[in-house]
Design a protein around this ligand. Structure first.
Ligand SMILES: *Cc1c(COP(=O)(O)O)cnc(C)c1O
Length: 388
């Protein structure tokens, strides 16, 4: 564990450690294999599926930033989740997950449970009765995603972790929406943190990657063993790019938040905007929890478009600075329609239960000048308004 501030860890991990040429920036180790010093003598690295210096540098940085004992850098966020359930759960184990989790998490947990790999229960984790009933079934793992995708619901990590601990249940938190800069679940009592590093951590929409961080050393070692066993680890080149993105995570998150706040204030004035979902709003049910457990509100938000379907279509089509795309956390602003995009793996019924309507739009506010973002929104709202 490092005693440095998070921005410093992000910038300095793996800097100035090259003993061969004193390169300030570490070289990238693309090698798949490593020479043994002699027959019967194991080198530090033997094969890049099990270990790679570039990937390990990224793992060290992210583990330190989350306050973990160790991390596995995986090929994507989904493989980090798959790694955890593979390592922890057997056919008799129960996984409790939020009914409004990321669509891919829902698909992974649901499909593997249908195959009999483990049991799963999707519940509304903000409902104390549903949570108590689920914990009474003695689950092995409780999955949290806070803030959630796409409705940015906030769950009290500390309170839930205490309840889970009382029944010997481990807690994993998907921290993708905030990054360690704005939330550190391990310090709130969680046992594992997962990120899709594809999002804010890499931050440039040019790598798909993930990480799984463990609070305990023994758990971290077990996960490394499993990652090698099932082949979940990420590529060195991806790790290099992600490390490059991580260097600027702190200033990027600050600007994402600043731009997000500007867009949010603007949206609140718009007639074609219905309910807005963002934890900074005092009306948001998770506002007080977010103030306590987060170091910022993040810049992911969604809102109900208060017009007709054709107006919504026109609005999205007219926007030029919000690309219609899945994913989030990159430098460029994106708009998504969860019902037909990120969450289409859910049945209509599951979408309804999760509160995902067909008029819901999700914004990932990027790092363009906010004046241009607002001008673009204004133009698109005007065009949509005139069409009715
Ligand atoms: C994108 C995402 C994932 C999945 O990560 P991939 O890198 O796409 O596999 C998991 N959780 C959340 C909250 C996400 O946004």
């Amino acid at each position: 564990m490092s005693d440095k501030q998070l921005a410093t860890i992000a910038v300095r991990t793996g800097i100035d450690v090259d003993s061969q040429y004193n390169a300030v920036v570490s070289p990238i180790y693309l090698t798949s294999t490593y020479s043994f010093p002699a027959l019967g003598e194991l080198p530090q690295y033997d094969y890049s599926r099990s270990g790679n210096p570039t990937r390990n540098t990224l793992a060290d940085a992210l583990s330190d930033m989350e306050g973990g004992a160790g991390a596995v850098v995986t090929s994507c966020g989904t493989s980090a989740m798959n790694l955890l359930v593979s390592a922890l759960l057997g056919p008799n184990d129960l996984l409790v997950a939020p009914h409004d989790c990321y669509g891919g998490s829902y698909r992974l947990f649901n499909t593997r449970a249908q195959k009999g790999d483990f049991k799963v229960l999707f519940i509304d984790q903000a409902d104390p009765d549903a949570l108590a009933a689920a914990l009474a079934q003695k689950p092995t793992l409780l999955w949290l995603e806070t803030p959630s995708n796409p409705l940015v619901r906030v769950i009290d990590i500390e309170a839930i972790s205490q309840q889970a601990q009382a029944v010997d249940c481990q807690v994993a938190v998907d921290n993708t929406f905030l990054s360690p800069l704005l939330q550190q679940p391990l310090s709130l009592g969680a046992d594992f943190v997962v990120h899709s590093t594809t999002k804010y951590i890499n931050g440039h929409s040019d790598v798909v990657g993930g990480v799984l961080i463990a609070k305990q050393q023994s758990a971290a070692e077990n996960l490394s063993w499993w990652a090698n066993c099932i082949g979940a680890t990420g590529a060195p080149f991806d790790a290099y790019l992600t490390l490059r993105g991580l260097r600027t995570l702190a200033p990027r998150m600050r600007m994402h938040e600043e731009n997000g706040a500007a867009v949010l204030a603007y949206l609140q004035q718009q007639p074609l905007v219905g309910t807005i979902y963002h934890p900074s709003l005092p009306t948001h049910p998770g506002h007080e929890i977010a103030k306590r457990q987060q170091r910022g509100f993040g810049s992911m938000m969604s809102f109900e478009f208060a017009g007709t379907d054709p107006q919504l279509q026109l609005f999205v089509k007219t926007l030029q600075l919000f690309s219609l795309a899945e994913s989030l956390g990159g430098t460029e602003s994106l708009i998504a329609h969860p019902a037909s995009m990120t969450h289409r793996a859910m049945t209509d019924e599951a979408q309804r239960a999760a509160g995902i309507s067909t008029s819901l739009l999700r914004l990932s506010v990027g790092l363009e000048d906010p004046r241009d973002l607002i001008a673009d929104l204004t133009h698109a709202f005007t065009v949509a308004q005139e069409a009715c």
